[in-house]
Each structure stands twice: as C-alpha cells, then as structure tokens.
Design a protein around this ligand. Sequence first.
Ligand code: PAF
Length: 284
Amino acid sequence: MLLVTDLERWRRLAEDQRAGGRRIGLVATMGALHEGHQALVAAARANGDYVIMTIFVNSRQFNDPNDLRAYPRTPGQDRAVAESAGVDALVEPTMGEMWPAFPDPTLTTVSVAGLGDRLEGAGRPGHFDGVASVVAKLAIVTGPSRAYFGEKDFQQLAVVRRMVADLGLDVTVVGCPIVRDDDGLALSSRNVRLSPEARARALSLSHALGVASGHDGPASEMRAMMRATMEHAGVQVAYAEVVDPITLRPADDTETGLRRALVAGVVDGVRLIDNREVYVRGGH
Ligand code: PAF
C-alpha cells in the first residue's frame, strides 16, 4: 500500500493509474476505521477498482470545536486496517493543502441548499457545506470513476449525489449498506465514546427504526413511535423523521410507498444517527 501526503503526488498517482487504464474507486474517510469502512473498500475491490482511501479529519464539517477535538484519531491502527482491507493507496492530505486558510474559512464553499440545511444540518449549521466542499475537492484531485459512501450517513449520501449531479462531476456515487454490530447498533467511529450503559441506551435508535418498519401506517404515526421508543430509553432525541429518500422532504400522511426513516439522538454527550427504509401507508 502506498502512503501519500503530498497533494501533487496524489494527483499524479491518480493520473498514472487512469493512464494505465485503471478505474479509481475513492473511499473518503476521517479515519478511526471500522468494519463499515472495510465494507466500502470491499465494494470497490469487488468492482475491480484501484482503491484510493483518503483520511482527513475535515475541520469544516464540525460546527462544534469540542466535537472536532474529541473526534477519535488512530493513524497507526488506520494504516494497518487500510492495508489489510486491500487499499492500494492511502492518502493523508495535510490541513495546509486542503484548507490553507484554516482556522479562517476558505473562500469557496460548495453548498447543496435545501438538502443540507434540514435534519442533521438543522442541528449542525454548516456541516453539509463542509462535507460537500471537502468531497468536491477530494473528488477533483483524485478523479475517481466511483466514490463509495455508507448509507449510515444517509443525508450525506443524498447531498453528495445531488452535488455530483449539479456540478456534472464524472463519478458514480455508490451507496453501501449500513454495517451493524450483532446487537444492531450501526457502526460509527463515535461508538468508542459510549460507556456500556450508554451503548445499551443507544440501541434504542435501531429499535425505533425496527418499530417504524414493522408499522403499517402513515408517516406521522411512525415519527411518534420512533420518538417514544428513544425517549423511553433516555435518549435526547434530535429528530425522528420519515422522508423522501432523494429530496429528503418529510412524507405527509396521504403518501403511500417506500420512504426513509431517519433518527438522531444524543446519548451521554455522544450524537448518534441511524436510518432504515420503511413503507408508509397513508390515509385518504
Ligand atoms: O463520512 C465521513 O467520514 C465524512 O463525512 C467524509 C465523507 C469523509 C467527508 O469528510
């Protein structure tokens, strides 16, 4: 596995691979790698891609400096995990090359209005501008044929898909299924911050989604059931929503069909999210 930190070397490496007829699969991460990231690499390898993984803790998507400080950083372990997963080149760009003006804002921002300011974006202003801006830069430098993202960050996936379409970037965005622990907890780099007791409460997020998906009824009933399940477990609920999977517009009670249920909550100071496909059956 090649290890690259220099932006020009990274760009040349990608150019050489494309010139040699390889298709590049981009797996963008912020490190603290877990099986969810390994599944993204496996998907890229299954497609025969030359896998470039990036690890960059993107300051611009953290609206809370404490959250940025507390974000787990495990570089040595990450390199070993990336190598054993079959990454061809691991890129660890520097802050100086990604956001040279940091901590001042970079002048150019990519913003997907309407998708990025609701749900997670409502509680974390600017978060998706930071995500869209960094993913755009990573994709422009790398020039991948495919970019792999987990469905766990469902809103992020919707924002990235829309950005790619709106900017005409020549990359296929591949959404990969959520990877869960045996007890159902969606894998997240933040899970390491959960005490055993908090972890037990965190399971109410996936339970809430299970309750919604087993319910044969309209969206508003699902929202209420999900919220009640999480509150009962002592989770501070940020939202419990049922939305259109592309536009993220909330489903109303007249709608029938496949939608996405999304939940977010804070457990012992750790913010967690999860989601699942549901079938809503509206009234008349
Ligand atoms: O999902 C993540 O880890 C990050 O949001 C991403 C896509 C790497 C952008 O910083």
